[in-house]
Write a protein that binds this ligand. Sequence first.
Ligand SMILES: Cc1cc2nc3c(=O)[nH]c(=O)nc-3n(C[C@H](O)[C@H](O)[C@H](O)COP(=O)(O)O)c2cc1C
Length: 223
Amino acid sequence: MAARARRKPNLPRAEPNGADAPTPQPGADAPKRQPGAAAPFDDVGAAAAHCWQLLVRGSRDRRAAWRTPVLSTIGLDGAPRSRVLVLRRAEPAAGLLWLHTDLRSAKVAELAADPRAALTFWDPRRALQLRVEGVAGFEPDPAILAQAWARVPEVARRSYCTVEPPGRRLAGEILFDARGERNFAMLAIRVERLEWLWLGPDRHCRGESRRLGEGWEAAALVP
Ligand SMILES: Cc1cc2nc3c(=O)[nH]c(=O)nc-3n(C[C@H](O)[C@H](O)[C@H](O)COP(=O)(O)O)c2cc1C
C-alpha cells in the first residue's frame, strides 16, 4: 500500500506586509515624479486635491478602484464592523461622500447610535491608500430620495424589497414585496479627515487633510 502523503498543517500562508512587499508602481495618471523634483505627494495641498479627484472618479466610473470602499462603523456592542459599499457621489467642495443602503441594515442602527464612520479605499495601480474619517447623516428630503430611487437599477432594487430585513436568519424562502423604496436610504459621510499613503517606487509618502473651520489644513506625516 502506498504511503499516505503527509498533510501539511492547514495554516494560512503569510502575506508580505505593506512595508516590506515590493511596491506596486503608480498608474499613468498618478502625479508624475520628475528627476530632481519633489515626490508627487510632497505637496500636501496637491495630494489632497488629487485624492478628491480620485474620489469623484470612483463615484462615476464603475471600474475605478475607489468605487468600492470599506465602510467601518462602531457596532452596538462597541466592536468594529466593516463592509464594502459602492461610492455613489463625491462632493469635494462640501467634503461629502454619498452611499446608498437599506434603512433596516445593521449599519444604519449603528450610525444612529454613533455617527462616527470611516471609509478605506485602496488603489493597487496607483499604490494609493486613502483613509477617511467622518460623521454620518441621512438624506431627509423625500423628493431627493425619490429621484435617486428612480435611478436604482431593477436588479439592485430587489435587495430593498425583501420582506424580512437584511441580515436576518432565513427561515424559509425569501419573500419580496413592492415597498423597497421605503427601505432606501442615502447615507452621507461628512468628511472630517483624509489620510493618504502612497507607496512610491523608492519611498512612501503619508499625509492628511483635516477640516478646519470653513477650509482644510493639510500636513505631511511620517509614513
Ligand atoms: C462589491 C460590493 C458592493 C456593495 N455595495 C453595497 C452598497 O452600495 N450598499 C449596501 O448597503 N451594501 C452594499 N454591499 C453589501 C455590504 O457589504 C453588506 O453586506 C450589507 O450592506 C450589510 O451590511 P450591514 O449588515 O453591516 O449593515 C456591497 C457588497 C459588495 C461585495
